[in-house]
Design a protein around this ligand. Structure first.
Ligand SMILES: [Zn+2]
Length: 142
């Protein structure tokens, strides 16, 4: 008998997959100064506040801060691909892959508008057969 389809898992803890809702990235926002961070922390490095972090939903829109075109990687990883760091609107800086763009320095501009998209993590599965949802960046028109 076929097993019931498993719910895909997020590739990173800050990718949230609410049941019946759209996936999103979650950051932490300082209650004192509103600085936004991605990843676990209990102290604010901007204002020094302790234990004042609360979860916040990050924007799916941002701009390209910096990128690198990767030509060599681990066996099985298709190259070239574009590794990018994106500043999200409203705060939060996230690293990920930039897709749907030619991996060429002429086609990618610093500061270009991008959006966060969520997709299956290239068909990869773990030993238990779980699939994963990942996030990517892609250029957006405005
Ligand atoms: Zn703060």
């Amino acid at each position: 008998m076929a097993e019931a389809a498993k719910q895909p898992l997020p590739v990173v803890p800050f990718l949230k997959l609410p049941e019946g809702g759209d996936p999103y990235l979650e950051g932490l926002k300082c209650k004192q100064c509103s600085a936004v961070y991605v990843g676990d922390r209990s102290h604010c490095s901007k204002c020094g506040a302790r234990d004042s972090m609360q979860p916040t939903r990050l924007s799916n829109r941002g701009s390209l801060y910096v990128f690198s075109i990767v030509h060599r990687s681990f066996p099985g990883v298709e190259v070239p691909y574009v590794s990018a760091i994106v500043d999200l609107e409203g705060g939060g800086t996230v690293k990920g892959n930039l897709i749907n763009v030619e991996p060429s320095p002429e086609k990618i501009k610093l500061g270009m508008p991008v959006e966060v998209v969520f997709k299956d993590a290239l068909g990869r599965k773990d030993r238990e057969g779980n699939s994963y949802v990942s996030y990517f960046f892609q250029p957006r028109a405005n």
